[in-house]
Design a protein around this ligand. Structure first.
Ligand SMILES: [Zn+2]
Ligand SMILES: [Zn+2]
Length: 123
């Protein structure tokens, strides 16, 4: 059905941090696994100051390069059962990444190809 959320009810079964390689792997209950680098996560921080709000661009729109501290994960808190909130080394911690959004944004080649084909087909 058009408009139906394909990721409704998708939640992580495990979140494995890999500090040495500065990334985490989220394994989902639909069988998929997303490998997310800390840098990718920080670039996709959904908070109002990073991503903007109400049509106004956020700080990331004016950022060309992130600092080492901005992409170093200090802590990771779960937010209810629907999301997670990383604390970055530079003290930033207001971004709440919902699992549904992360699953939809998964940067792996397979998901990238699926998003492209979905966008291309008028259906
Ligand atoms: Zn942010
Ligand atoms: Zn994927």
């Amino acid at each position: 059905m058009p408009g139906q959320d394909p990721f409704e009810g998708v939640t992580p079964v495990s979140i494995a941090g890999d500090a040495d390689n500065r990334r985490m792997t989220i394994t989902w209950n639909d069988g998929h696994a997303s490998e997310l680098t800390y840098e990718w996560l920080r670039w996709h921080c959904p908070c109002a100051s990073c991503a903007g709000e109400g049509g106004a661009p956020g700080e990331l729109a004016f950022t060309t390069e992130l600092t080492a501290d901005q992409t170093m994960l200090d802590d990771l808190q779960l937010v209810g059962s629907y999301g997670m909130s990383p604390t970055w080394k530079d003290g930033h911690h207001t971004g709440i990444y919902t699992f549904r959004a992360l699953r939809a944004m998964c940067p792996c080649p397979e998901c990238d190809a699926r998003r492209r084909s979905t966008a291309a087909s008028p259906s």
